[in-house]
Design a protein around this ligand. Structure first.
Ligand SMILES: CC(C)(COP(=O)(O)OP(=O)(O)OC[C@H]1O[C@@H](n2cnc3c(N)ncnc32)[C@H](O)[C@@H]1OP(=O)(O)O)[C@@H](O)C(=O)NCCC(=O)NCCS
Length: 166
């Protein structure tokens, strides 16, 4: 018998999600970014979740949404302030099933409903084409030092549709 397509879901972040989201963060970087970043750069990037208390506090302080497949968390997105996508990570076992697009669409809708006119993100080289497909336009190249490694990213911006004034 054919297997049913897994059901995509979306819910707000709960403090108890933090350890699993840290795992998703590390697994995503390790498995998905190797064509664009060296192993040393990946290790440095992953190490930003080593302090799980700080990682959890950041997610709790931002607007964080959790994407689920058949009820299990497989990805997350975090909006910092009114208009910056600070994090977007999908577990490697769950990529290509629309989780990233669903999370992005949800955060764009919420940000626009709160009055944001645009969204920005510092996209990894791995995610640049994903964001371009969603209408984000590259603005400038960045390099940041992280645990002794220089990591490149691209600041991208998307103009959001104006709110319905009715
Ligand atoms: C980028 C990422 C979030 C995409 O998540 P995903 O769940 O696989 O994305 P979706 O399945 O929703 O894909 C949506 C569309 O983007 C395309 N897409 C997904 N990842 C892509 C990528 N890396 N490059 C180009 N296109 C991509 C898909 O093919 C799909 O196209 P379609 O609408 O024509 O079918 C995920 O690959 C990831 O976590 N990457 C590693 C971590 C990372 O770099 N995060 C960003 C930090 S800024």
């Amino acid at each position: 018998m054919a297997r049913a397509r897994p059901t995509l879901g979306l819910r707000p972040f709960l403090p108890a999600d933090a350890p699993l989201l840290a795992e998703i963060f590390r697994a995503s970087i390790e498995a998905l970014t190797g064509d664009d970043y060296s192993p040393e750069q990946q290790d440095a990037w992953m190490s930003t979740a080593d302090d799980e208390e700080a990682f959890a506090a950041n997610l709790a302080g931002w607007l964080t949404l959790v994407g689920t497949l058949d009820g299990s968390p497989v990805g997350f997105i975090a909006l910092k302030g009114a208009d910056k996508i600070e994090m977007l990570y999908v577990h490697p076992a769950a990529v290509g099933q629309g989780v990233g697009a669903m999370l992005c669409h949800a955060i764009e809708t919420i940000a626009a409903a709160r009055g944001a006119r645009k969204l920005t993100t510092d996209a990894s080289d791995t995610a640049l084409s994903f964001f371009e497909r969603r209408g984000y336009v590259p603005q400038r190249r960045n390099t940041v030092i992280c645990d002794g490694e220089w990591l490149g990213s691209t600041t991208m911006e998307k103009t959001l549709a104006a709110r319905d004034s009715a």
